[in-house]
Design a protein around this ligand. Structure first.
Ligand code: B4P
Length: 191
C-alpha cells in the first residue's frame, strides 16, 4: 500500500499514522518528525527547517522534496509507505507523483481526516502543555491553520478528481477514529 494521510494541524495525522502503517505493514514516514529529529540533532537541515517551523511556515519545497526522495528510497519502503504531512503543496504533489512513477508503482489512497477548527486548536494547546513544541502556541497554530487552508487544502480537490480520497471523520476519541480509518481503508485494500 502507498498511502497519504492529510488533514489540518492537530487533525490526528501523526497520532493515527503509526497504527495505520502497522496495520498495513509499511513504514510511517512523517516529514514533521524527520524535521524535528534534525532540529534536535542540530544538523544543517534542522537549523534551516527550524526557522520556518517556529513561525508556522512551510519548509521550502526543494529541501522537503529531497528529504522525502531519499527516505522513500530506503529498503523498508520498497513494499509501500504511509506518508504523513507530505505532500503539502501542489509542487510537492508533482514531485511525489514522479518519485512513485519512477518505482513503477501507484498511489493507492489519500486518507483525509476532517475536524473542527476550534477543537484542533484545543488539542494543540493541550499538546503544548505536555510536549512544549515550539510551534504549538496559539499565534503560530493560527498561522499554521491559515497556511494549511491556502497551500494544502486545495490538494484534496486535486486528489479527489483522481478518485483517491478517502474521507474520515477525525472527531471523537483516538480509538474511535482509528476504527473508522481501518474500516474505510480495508474496503479499498480488498477492492
Ligand atoms: P507536522 O509534524 O506534520 O505537524 P501537525 O500538522 O501539527 O501534525 P501532527 O501529526 O504533529 O499532530 P496530530 O494532528 O497527530 O508538521 C510540523 C511542521 O513541519 C509544519 O508546520 C512545517 O513547518 C513542517 N513541515 C512538515 N511537513 C512539511 C512539508 N511537507 N512541507 C513543508 N513543511 C513541512 O496531533 C495533534 C494533537 O492532537 C496531539 O497532541 C494528539 O495527541 C491530539 N489528538 C490526536 N487525535 C486526537 C483525538 N481523536 N482526540 C483528541 N486529541 C487528539
Amino acid at each position: 500500500m502507498r498511502l497519504l494521510i492529510m488533514g489540518p494541524p492537530g487533525a490526528g495525522k501523526g497520532t493515527q499514522a503509526t497504527a495505520v502503517a502497522e496495520h498495513f505493514g509499511v513504514p510511517a514516514i512523517s516529514t514533521g518528525d524527520i524535521f524535528r529529529a534534525n532540529v534536535a540533532q542540530g544538523t544543517p537541515l534542522g537549523v534551516e527547517a527550524k526557522r520556518y517551523m517556529d513561525a508556522g511556515e512551510y519548509v521550502p519545497d526543494e529541501v522537503t522534496n529531497n528529504m522525502v526522495r531519499n527516505r522513500i528510497a530506503d529498503p523498508d519502503a520498497d513494499a509501500g509507505f504511509l506518508l504523513d504531512g507530505y505532500p503539502r503543496t501542489l509542487a510537492q504533489v508533482t514531485e511525489l507523483d514522479g518519485m512513485i512513477e519512477e518505482t513503477g508503482h501507484k498511489l493507492d489512497a489519500v486518507l483525509v481526516l476532517t475536524v473542527d477548527q476550534e477543537a484542533v486548536i484545543g488539542r494543540l494547546l493541550k499538546r503544548a502543555e505536555i510536549e512544549g513544541r515550539a510551534d504549538d502556541n496559539e499565534d503560530v497554530i493560527r498561522r499554521r491553520l491559515e497556511v494549511y487552508g491556502e497551500e494544502t487544502e486545495p490538494l484534496i480537490a486535486s486528489y479527489s478528481e483522481r478518485g483517491l480520497v478517502v474521507s474520515v471523520d477525525g472527531m471523537g476519541d483516538v480509538e474511535e477514529v482509528q476504527q473508522r480509518i481501518f474500516a474505510a481503508l480495508d474496503d479499498i485494500d480488498q477492492s
